[in-house]
Design a protein around this ligand. Sequence first.
Ligand code: AMP
Ligand code: MG
Length: 390
Amino acid sequence: MISFNEARSIIKNLTIETKQEEITLADACGRVLAENVVSDIDMPPYDKAAMDGYACRLSDIDKTLKVIEEIPAGYEPVKQIEQGHCSKIMTGAMVPEGADCVIMKEDIELVSDSNIKVLTYKSKSNICLKGEDVKRNDILLNRGVFIKPRHIAILASAGYSKVKVYKDPLVGVLSTGNELVEPDKKPDRSGIRNSNGWQLLAQAKEIVNDVRYFGIAKDDVNDLYSRIKLATEETDLVIISGGVSVGDYDFVPQIIEELGYDSLIKGVMVKPGKRIIVARKGDKFIVGTPGNPVSAYIQFILLIKPLIYRFLKTSDEEQIISMPVDRSFKRKGGKRTEFYPVVVTNGKVDFVDYNGSANIQAYAMANAFIEIPQGTVEINKGEKVDVRFI
Ligand code: AMP
Ligand code: MG
């Protein structure tokens, strides 16, 4: 069985053929850029007033100045500032030729209808210079950026009403298990509600638009085979929960092989989620995660999300922050890399009560989880751990 780090590098080094499409700016948030974004203009595009006030010459500020023009935003001044002159100017408007400063409105006195005197000068020009933020032809965003709202503003400012993005892979989710019932049913004495299916759908939907649900398959070779086959035909990545272990009814691994998929990962030294399988056939993938809800949840974050990111060719990296624990912690064993729910408040990491991989309810309290490395059995108060926020 491979280590967690080996599994991660297998996923991170995958290359997957992905198509591109052009979409409108309104649909771009949450997609991944497939082109570099280049500005077709300088920003600001002209010397721009940063304040409401009066544009004049710095060498004139001890004189009474004649107001020769009023310049609102969006208006191109027609008068040049000569000695002893100024123009009234609004924030965002174009600074007239000849002016080298804008005196704030609050810092002048109106001497008459068309004359002002500067009361104080605070040594700032209050002019944003043409091109000081961006020069024409500058690259503002690189291919691979996961587009967030702030990137939308940058795209809009650079004139991108349409943008090239990578096509989302189609993701399918299938739950397996004779014991499973859907959430609207009360399970009988030997039943369990299907929580993974809905959890995995939600996790996938945070990344891609097209997620399809293939229901619950029985622990029956024929039912499993036909459902998995259908899911692989209709999607690019099938996420299956349950049935990957070594029990008598765990048929998923054999079916993955029967369908001609090669296992890239078959078991990882992690807790929870040891029996995870990642298999590939051309540019299609199947991931089988163990059925316990925390295993499915954590393994989605640790391995499945990075796999979807390879489809999307994004450079977005997960954030892992090293932080000290607020309480000592011991565990048994220590052969596997373990992921444990914590709650981080004001920079302090505390462990939440957690009974193991079936106990997804523990994650109601958690806002992060920590990584306990292979071999570590004890963490002392104050020692730093790797924290992933959720
Ligand atoms: P398995 O990996 O199929 O051996 O399942 C391990 C445990 O996870 C069992 O207790 C299952 O009942 C439970 N389990 C499997 N699938 C799900 C699911 N979709 N939702 C909630 N629990 C599940
Ligand atoms: Mg099962």
